[in-house]
Design a protein around this ligand. Structure first.
Ligand code: 1GP
Length: 252
């Protein structure tokens, strides 16, 4: 089954999908196997791998380790054209539709397309939208774009709908990794009410209650990253998964 169909199935069956973002720079070789095992047992639905800026990490190596220790889908969340690998199950084919930087709207995609074809990767067309989240994030700085203001849910909704009309199969509302403030529930709600394609929300989500409220406001997929780079937080992975899986009994 293709990854996009699998995600749609998970959303239909569980009420929402919960993915963890693994940053190749932060992967700790000594405890990654244990982390992946905790994720599997806790009900995580899959992994995103990538980052706006990879300094020391090796994307391909990271995917290979994840595939070795886990059977969950691995989707590349590319911060640049160099972040592609045939080892992944799919790639979020991102276009930064909140910005007006042509390189991130279509330029990088032109460079990536032949590589994706050669690797036979499933490309999932995704309208990627940065939402203002407090301090400037790495994604904003690197992309050279302004995020959508927090108090303008109507701009976010119109942008997401434009993405859907352009044929995008997912919309991703991004606060930015490590964001001070998560995407406002009001924005999630306004976007969810406007579109029919699945809605991803991530950035600055640090507790299960927020994750659940994202789903209650219409998000279909919740992403967390930073929070589980601290091993002390791993006990909460199952709580996040339960919070997102609104159709399943608690802690299953
Ligand atoms: C980044 O949304 C993800 O794209 C994850 O953000 O690291 O803040 O959880 P955090």
């Amino acid at each position: 089954m293709k990854v996009y169909s699998k995600i749609s199935e998970i959303i239909g069956q569980k009420g929402g999908a919960y993915f963890i973002l693994i940053d190749p720079d932060k992967i700790e070789k000594n405890n990654i196997a244990e982390f992946l095992s905790v994720c599997e047992k806790s009900g995580v639905d899959g992994f995103l791998v990538g980052g706006s800026l990879i300094v020391d990490g090796d994307l391909e190596q990271s995917i290979s380790v994840i595939k070795k220790h886990s059977s969950l889908p691995v989707i590349i969340f590319p911060g640049s054209v160099s972040q592609l690998s045939p080892l992944a199950d799919a790639v979020l084919y991102l276009s930064l539709i909140s910005g007006r930087n042509a390189e991130h709207l279509i330029g990088k995609q032109v460079l990536a397309a032949p590589v994706i074809k050669k690797f036979n990767l499933e490309a999932i067309s995704t309208g990627y939208m940065l939402i203002e989240s407090g301090k400037q994030t790495t994604a904003e700085y690197i992309s050279g774009t302004k995020p959508i203001p927090r108090n303008k849910p109507e701009i976010a909704a119109a942008t997401a709908l434009a993405g859907q009309y352009l044929g995008m199969k997912l919309i991703y509302l991004e606060g930015g990794s490590g964001a001070d403030l998560h995407v406002p529930f009001e924005t999630v709600n306004a976007v969810a009410n406007e579109i029919d394609v699945p809605l991803i929300v991530g950035g600055g989500i640090r507790n299960p209650d927020v994750a659940r409220q994202m789903i209650e406001n219409g998000a279909n997929i919740v992403i967390t990253g930073n929070f589980f780079e601290n091993k002390n937080n791993w006990d909460l992975i199952k709580d996040f998964a339960s919070a997102v899986h609104t159709k399943l009994p608690v802690n299953v």
